[in-house]
Design a protein around this ligand. Structure first.
Ligand code: HSE
Length: 309
């Protein structure tokens, strides 16, 4: 068992238009850092909190709830852990801020204890944390934050995570306008039911997108990456959505959409040169608008939350 460790906890983009609650990928250039320290008193405690504000009460803090959930699966009652959080991913940004905390927490506890938890145990405990943030156990940010890559989440009674390999040279661009959209409210605005016609379009598109990714078929991916469910409702709450979309696609992105529940939007590009062009165009467009913003760009990260030295 270690006395302390530090964990890199990545942001993520979920939904990818076509897979509401079912697809997500891991970012490489946006992350939190969390520090874990053994303490004498049994339980989970908060230490220093820096960066963006997070709840300072353990029972309301996503990282503490996820960490406690995993600790409950460990066969000892004498373990005490203090968690310090450097929160660099803005909450309510649409790039999995809560999932980064939850995933980082369970990887931190596992690393500190040098224990052999299964991927399923890590996932379920991280979801216990995600649930207090968004009121729901969706794993489309948690899975890539834990395991990296592009992940497909097969949701039935429990979640099964399928990492989707591809030989395509995929680079993302994320534009984050600095307004806050709460996932729980954004989910509440979605319809409870969709028509059979819409469902057929969406599930055939997700199947096509997955097949395209596995066979490196960029054209089919682009054809399939459509959101018939959430985007029609959510795009009105994202300033300049249509101009951003038009700019990204005309600069060479092959997919553009809302990142999670927004306000961030994402573009996927083949190759770093195209991604740089898309980032420059989105930057130029947003500089003309009054809302503060940030642009992120990089390769889909192959590794999720992990120890840093
Ligand atoms: N799939 C989720 C949603 C992601 O769109 O509501 C946000 O956490």
């Amino acid at each position: 068992m270690k006395n302390h460790c530090s964990i890199w906890c990545p942001a993520s983009v979920s939904n990818l238009n076509v897979g509401f609650d079912a697809l997500g990928f891991c970012l490489s250039d946006v992350f939190d850092v969390m520090h874990f320290k053994r303490v004498d008193k049994p339980g989970i405690y908060l230490g220093a909190l820096t960066g963006y504000s997070v709840p300072d009460k353990a029972s309301e803090n996503i990282a503490c709830v996820a960490a406690q959930s995993l600790l409950n699966k460990y066969n000892r009652t004498d373990i005490g852990i203090e968690i310090s959080i450097d929160k660099r991913i803005k909450p309510g940004s649409g790039v999995g801020s809560s999932a980064a905390s939850a995933a980082g927490a369970v990887i931190g506890v596992k690393t500190l204890l040098e224990a052999d938890f299964s991927d399923q145990e890590l996932l379920e405990s991280a979801l216990d944390g995600e649930q207090i943030a968004s009121g729901s156990r969706h794993a489309d940010n948690i899975a890539p934050a834990l395991f990296g890559k592009i992940c497909l989440i097969v949701t039935q009674e429990s979640h099964r995570i399928v990492p989707l390999p591809t030989n395509l040279d995929l680079h993302y661009v994320v534009a984050h306008q600095q307004i806050e959209i709460k996932t729980s409210e954004s989910r509440g605005a979605l319809p409870n039911e969709i028509s059979l016609k819409t469902a057929v379009k969406q599930w055939s598109s997700l199947a096509g997108f997955t097949a395209a990714l596995l066979t490196d078929n960029l054209e089919l991916m682009q054809h399939c990456a459509k959101d018939y469910v959430a985007e029609p409702v959510r795009k009105a709450s994202i300033p300049h959505f249509e101009s951003l979309q038009q700019t990204a696609l005309s600069s060479g992105a092959f997919i553009f959409g809302i990142s999670g529940s927004g306000p961030s939007v994402f573009a996927l590009c083949e190759g770093q040169t195209t991604a740089a062009k898309v980032a420059t165009s989105l930057n130029r467009l947003l500089l003309e608008q009054p809302i503060a913003f940030k642009i992120y760009s990089g390769e889909i990260h192959q590794q999720g939350a992990h120890e840093i030295l």
